[in-house]
Write a protein of this length. Structure first.
Lengths: 254, 254
DNA sequence: CGAAGCGTTGAGTGCTTTCAATAGTTGTGG
DNA sequence: CCACAACTATTGAAAGCACTCAACGCTTCG
């Protein structure tokens, strides 16, 4: 009676419970009952082909997307037609939340590779938030995290030299991959050099040159999209070696 | 019976209802009854002297602050001791919300001049959000707006030349002042050149030079803290003249 | 196989920074 | 009330980092 139970294959619909991203995604910290409620609100497994948009800037904001697999680039287009990449997103991340205030999307989201997402109608999500305290908290949490990361990005572009920015970018990717159970030192870049440069506020050529430099210094091997990091600490050192040591008064006097 | 009513002076405690910032602040869009609930949760009129901290990075996050008067600078300190100014805040703005996710403050807030704030315990605010739907929505709204503005800031630092950044900064101040009933063309800068430079990712000297240039071009007069804008449109032009006109294909062909 | 797109590399330019010196402002104590 | 110190702001000159322009190689795809 233990294991001879026949499983009805049709009953294994994907639920948040059996989703590998359980801990990273919306259901984080939810209890059994609440999880079911959320589960019912979610339209699952919308597939997005490479180059296809999840939503475009100025589209009505009605849905929050949870990325299940693949990777998504978000970007805004400004007056003069220039593009600003605002982020690359990996499985488990929520997309669209930053457009709550405007009722329409303020950035576009495009798939960098074939990806799949879960869709959650935002009005349902707001209702759920009323019923489920931890859900409300989680929403605020996610948005707060985005603000944090934006501030970090801001600091980076404002203060760090190109070299440090790219190193930091690589380390960030590395961290996020490792968090999702992938290798921290070997992965593929789903985005183009152009996109990387754009995100970091650099010229494409600069990114290309820096990759070469890192390679020359033995920090990593990069071949097209494929990245192999040899020296994580070395990369760390690159991010911190900017702006020597200001305010070093106390270390010497104490 | 109309106007011979004697007013008990002690009863005129400051409430959200009679606060001039009603429309800009937390109470925005609340109904009478809900407003009372919020009112009860708020500890009012905490005064902060110039140079005094409202909170410091790593402090426990328990309170959200609504700025009543004055101006506040928020900034983060990074590993190497460097400071990154994340924003200047004017009356009506909410401070602290971006630290929800971490339970401790991720930036410090310091008064640029004598200021006063209302304090709202965050746990009370979260409870209220459950009872008052529009409050929950408003919280998300405010955070979403901050993300918007951060993205904007990001774009600015990543793409715009120094000149355009400062022009944009001035226009932003101008707008916010006018929104609060002050002159859009004449105001005082409560922050130092250093702070401005820091926010914009520039050197102090560059900011100083640009002020001089703007003055030479007749766009504005700036004397120490005092700013008088002569040509708002001219400043606008400065912000947009960066990155000539890329992707101008359709304008010529159509 | 040719075209188009992406990525790399080189040379020269320019914007912004850094270094440095001066001037103006503020605050403090004699 | 003045003098001195500390800080903030302005301006100049020189250097450097990243950009633009340009050419070339590689990959992809029709």
């Amino acid at each position: 009676m233990k294991d001879n139970k026949v499983v009805d294959i049709s009953s294994i619909r994907t639920t948040c419970q059996n989703c590998g991203l359980y801990q990273l995604c919306l259901p984080m910290g939810l209890e059994e009952g609440d999880l079911d409620k959320l589960d019912k609100a979610i339209k699952r497994q919308h597939k997005v082909e490479k180059g296809e948009h999840l939503y475009k800037m100025r589209d009505a904001f009605k849905t929050v997307y949870a990325l299940r697999s693949g990777s998504i680039k978000t970007y805004s287009t400004i007056e003069n037609g220039q593009e600003q990449v605002t982020g690359f997103h990996l499985p488990g991340e929520l997309l669209g939340l930053n457009s709550i205030s405007t009722k329409f999307h303020t950035e576009s989201a495009i798939a960098l590779e074939t990806s799949s997402v879960c869709e959650v109608p935002f009005d349902r999500l707001e209702e759920l938030s009323k019923e489920i305290p931890s859900m409300q908290h989680h929403l605020l949490h996610v948005m707060s995290e985005e603000i944090q990361s934006d501030h970090c990005q801001l600091m980076m572009i404002a203060k760090m030299p190109a070299e440090a920015r790219l190193a930091r970018f690589l380390l960030s990717l590395s961290y996020h991959f490792s968090q999702r159970g992938f290798s921290a030192t070997e992965f593929n870049l789903s985005m183009s050099r152009n996109d990387i440069a754009n995100l970091l506020g650099l010229a494409v050529e600069t990114v290309s040159r820096l990759f070469s430099h890192f390679q020359d210094n033995g920090l990593m091997t990069v071949e097209r999209k494929h990245v192999l990091i040899h020296d994580l600490d070395g990369l760390m050192a690159v991010t911190t070696k900017c702006a020597s040591q200001p305010l070093a008064d106390d270390s010497s006097s104490a």
